[in-house]
Design a protein around this ligand. Structure first.
Ligand code: FE2
Length: 215
């Protein structure tokens, strides 16, 4: 702010700390559980849901890592590569939620995630379980979004916006892959064609519009 410009803070009390008043009082700064400065307290139900969502992302990462191994053991390297990438992106999502909680002055609670399932009867079964997991993650994000709106926590809705968009795209991709695996059935030749596509990084449906890339 330029010297001489009068502050315009609607609350009228915070900005007054920035003006010479002849006193040396230190402004009061609220802190979170880790002792970091806290700009806006977080609704306890929202905080709990964010912590649980972080755990869900870590579980998803472990689940997809197990799937990468399962397909690798069956010589389907494209599927294995695809799930390895998915595992890494879920881990990145978990890290983003951790970063956000720290930025909001909160302490991240890491919970037990347990061993993921590693035994499947068919390729379709793995893909169906993966699609349902994506749908669960979306439902959890929707719940976070409504909790944030209910407590007027705009910081959180802004944080969630791009995550929600990416998640909807993920669901779309998993529905597409499940459809193609169903189409292939248990025919080795068809599954090898899908595997070759995934090895090339072709896992998205065809997009008619410009919003998402077909590359
Ligand atoms: Fe995720």
């Amino acid at each position: 702010m330029k010297a001489g410009i009068t502050c315009c803070d609607p609350r009228g009390n915070v900005m007054s700390n920035l003006q010479a008043s002849g006193t040396t009082t230190t402004p009061n700064v609220a802190v979170g559980p880790a002792g970091r400065a806290l700009a806006q307290p977080m609704d306890p139900a929202l905080l709990d849901a964010l912590q649980q969502h972080l755990t869900m992302e870590r579980r998803a990462s472990a689940f997809y890592f197990a799937n990468a191994l399962w397909f690798g053991e069956r010589e389907l390297r494209g599927f294995s590569k695809f799930f390895h990438g998915e595992s890494q992106s879920e881990s990145t999502h978990a890290a983003s939620f951790a970063d956000y909680l720290v930025a909001r002055g909160q302490t991240v609670q890491l919970e037990e995630i347990g061993a993921p399932r590693q035994s499947w009867e068919s390729f379709e079964e793995v893909m169906a379980a993966s699609f349902l997991l994506e749908a669960d993650v979306t439902a959890s994000l929707q719940q976070l979004y409504s909790l944030a709106e209910r407590s007027s926590d705009t910081r959180t809705t802004v944080f969630l916006d791009p995550i929600m968009e990416g998640q909807i795209q993920s669901e779309h991709e998993f529905a597409h892959l499940l459809g193609r695996v169903r189409f292939a059935g248990e025919q080795a030749a068809a599954l090898l064609i899908l595997d070759a596509e995934l090895a090339e990084g072709n896992n998205n449906p065809y997009y008619l519009g410009e919003r998402f890339s077909n590359g």
